[in-house]
Design a protein around this ligand. Structure first.
Ligand code: FAD
Ligand code: UDP
Length: 378
């Protein structure tokens, strides 16, 4: 009899198993995929760690979380500085003095601020005329944040490719977290701590799972563990929320991303880990060149080849990987109903991106598990 049966070996399940095992609890982790780690899993190709489920950059402001992961693995100095390609012209992201210079030729913060104000004026006047003070959708949010040129060249079509809906029908919060800076700073994140585990994310998973019993290729719903009370006192479930309840209230919607990954016979293909394609000209949203997450400067040329992945946003169908929850009113309401059912399940903890139907970055997932154990990370 285990103390905990943990369904899913992503960051939630693995961190939970680690902390429970540290406290002397017997845990079994079951994972339906053939490998551990959930979406942070990397596959090594040509000596390069390929982020199989999408580019993952660890970033946080929480020192406890940062100290916790750094006790398990060391992190490198990777700083995410994506570049946007709009019809062959390149712009730095997030929106900062470099972007404003590339867009308008302005060189001082004062000139950039004046240009943004001028660009925003039309949208603000239109909203005012309609008696609106807060942006009602992503289009208004984008126009009020950075004005017409940047909205049209760097936001509109990228967002439409990503969500397959017009910006005027998407919630404003999706781009609220995009920074706008009047300094020359291309760091995509504002957080104090950032990096990639040296040797790749699998090292982090291995460190979390050390000494923990686990079974891969084991689907909770299609295995003996479905009757989990025969095996364990408590269940930790990190799979999709609606699936746990047999979809009894209906199916939650997801978005997913698909990747076309190629080996290219050149040491350096695009000179950056992430290049966003912000027009409809390309069907993909971004191209990831994986070696740049872990190889810097001349080391890029130590390997003769490179691996790139084109990322395509796609609506979710059965059999695909559910990635992003869709926070529209139907899905939010349905998720709330499932959460009420979940609260009534005795002995079960629902946690993580799929079971909470909530978009989580990696660090908040770890923080959540640390808080469950009520441990300031030691
Ligand atoms: P997951 O990693 O999804 O793990 C859940 C696990 O449960 C999976 O392994 C799944 O196979 C398993 N499972 C599901 N159902 C069953 C079942 N029935 N039986 C057995 N096993 C089951 N975060 C960042 O901080 N920075 C980033 O740059 C970043 N980029 C991202 C890019 C993409 C494309 C995506 C999708 C996410 C990104 N994230 C990023 C978020 C990050 O992936 C999540 O925060 C993290 O993976 C959450 O861990 P989790 O354990 O909740 O979920
Ligand atoms: N976004 C954009 N242009 C870009 C990058 C992002 O318009 O070049 C918008 C887009 O709406 C996207 C949102 O910002 O959905 C959040 O993007 P981010 O890269 O932060 O999140 P991710 O796609 O990695 O979840």
């Amino acid at each position: 009899m285990y103390d905990y049966l943990i369904v899913g070996s992503g960051l939630f399940g693995a961190t939970f198993a680690h902390l429970a095992a540290q406290r002397g609890f017997q845990c079994l982790v079951i994972e339906k995929r053939p490998h551990l780690g959930g979406n942070i899993y990397c596959e090594c190709m040509e000596g390069i760690n390929v982020h199989k489920y999408g580019a993952h950059i660890f970033h946080t402001n929480n020192k406890e979380v940062w100290d916790f992961v750094n006790r398990l693995v060391s992190f490198n100095r990777y700083t995410n500085c994506p570049v946007a390609n709009y019809h062959g012209k390149l712009f730095n992201l997030p929106f900062n003095m470099n972007t404003f210079y590339q867009m308008w030729g302005v060189t001082t913060p004062e000139d950039a601020a004046a240009k943004i104000e001028e660009q925003k004026a039309e949208a603000i006047a239109k909203m005012k005329a309609e008696g609106v003070t807060e942006p009602r959708n992503l289009e208004e949010q984008g126009l009020c944040l950075v004005g017409k040129d940047i909205f049209e060249k760097l936001i509109k079509e990228y967002t439409e490719k990503q969500w397959e809906r017009p910006c005027s029908e998407l919630p404003a919060f999706i781009i609220k977290r995009l920074p706008v800076r009047l300094v020359y700073d291309n760091n995509y994140f504002n957080d104090a701590f950032q990096g990639i585990p040296i040797g790749g994310y699998n090292r982090l998973t291995e460190a979390l799972m050390e000494g923990v019993e686990c079974r891969t290729d084991t689907d909770f719903f299609r295995s003996e563990y479905r009757n989990w009370r025969r095996h364990a006192r408590q269940l930790v479930y990190t799979g999709p929320l609606d699936e746990y309840f047999g979809f009894c209230l209906g199916k939650l919607d997801w978005r997913t991303v698909c990747f076309k990954t190629r080996i290219i016979d050149t040491p350096n293909y695009q000179g950056n880990a992430v290049v966003n394609y912000t027009s409809h000209e390309q069907p993909y949203t971004r191209v990831i060149e994986h070696k740049h997450f872990e190889m810097f400067g001349d080391a890029v040329y130590d390997l003769p080849k490179t691996i790139v992945s084109e990322e395509y946003s796609s609506p979710y169908k059965d059999g695909m990987e559910p990635f992003y929850p869709i926070n529209d009113s139907r899905n939010d309401a349905l998720a709330r109903e499932y959460h009420l059912l979940a609260a009534k399940e005795s002995g079960v903890t629902f946690g993580g991106r799929l079971a909470e139907y909530k978009y989580y970055d990696m660090a908040p997932v770890i923080e959540k598990v640390l808080n469950l154990f009520n441990t300031p990370a030691r």
